[in-house]
Ligand binder design. Structure first.
Ligand SMILES: [Zn+2]
Length: 176
């Protein structure tokens, strides 16, 4: 069965045939972060796919993964490409490197999970929070409920982790 709902006024829909994303977002709806662990090589992968990117085995088991890591890179969005985001500008779109499986299977590999920066309640982060976050900032996952079987995973500041004193940010316009 497909799942659909509205997020910030935008329609979201996962088709019935998309079993991997249905399972992924069903876990999100339970506010639990789960990824597929390959039955053969035991590596965890993201995003959800039908086969292991390392060994090709289609068999996998959904496994609880800690939704915690550091900002690997980000984009600060100032021009909304969807009207839904217009009232939330600027917002921060993050790629977060998980603590789980970092530098495995090689030093260049990691689980890097996309998501926007949010406040604790899952609303897109206000400008003062957006201005504080940069590369290296410690974040944890939160969820915004959309519909039965569908919640959007987002990132918020991890209050339990020590933060870098000066997380790297792109130079502001007008600065040298
Ligand atoms: Zn594998």
């Amino acid at each position: 069965m497909s799942v659909e709902g509205h997020y910030l006024g935008m329609p979201l829909r996962i088709e019935a045939l998309d079993q991997e994303n249905l399972a992924y977002f069903r876990h999100c709806a339970a506010h639990a972060f789960h990824l597929q662990r390959c039955a053969s090589c035991r590596l965890v992968r993201y995003p959800p796919t039908t086969g292991c990117p390392w060994c090709g085995d289609p068999e996998a088991v959904w496994t609880a993964v800690e939704g915690r890591g550091a900002v690997y890179t980000y984009a600060e969005v100032h021009h909304a490409i969807q009207p839904a985001f217009k009232n939330h500008l600027p917002y921060l779109s993050l790629i977060v490197e998980l603590d789980t499986q970092k530098s495995v299977p090689t030093e260049h590999d990691a689980l890097r999970v996309a998501g926007n920066l949010a406040a604790l309640d899952g609303a897109l982060a206000p400008p003062d929070l957006v201005a504080k976050v940069g590369i290296g900032t410690r974040v944890r996952m939160v969820f915004k409920d959309v519909a039965a079987g569908l919640a959007v995973p987002l990132w918020t500041l991890d209050e339990a982790s020590p933060q870098p004193a000066d997380p790297w940010r792109y130079p502001e316009r007008g600065q040298a």
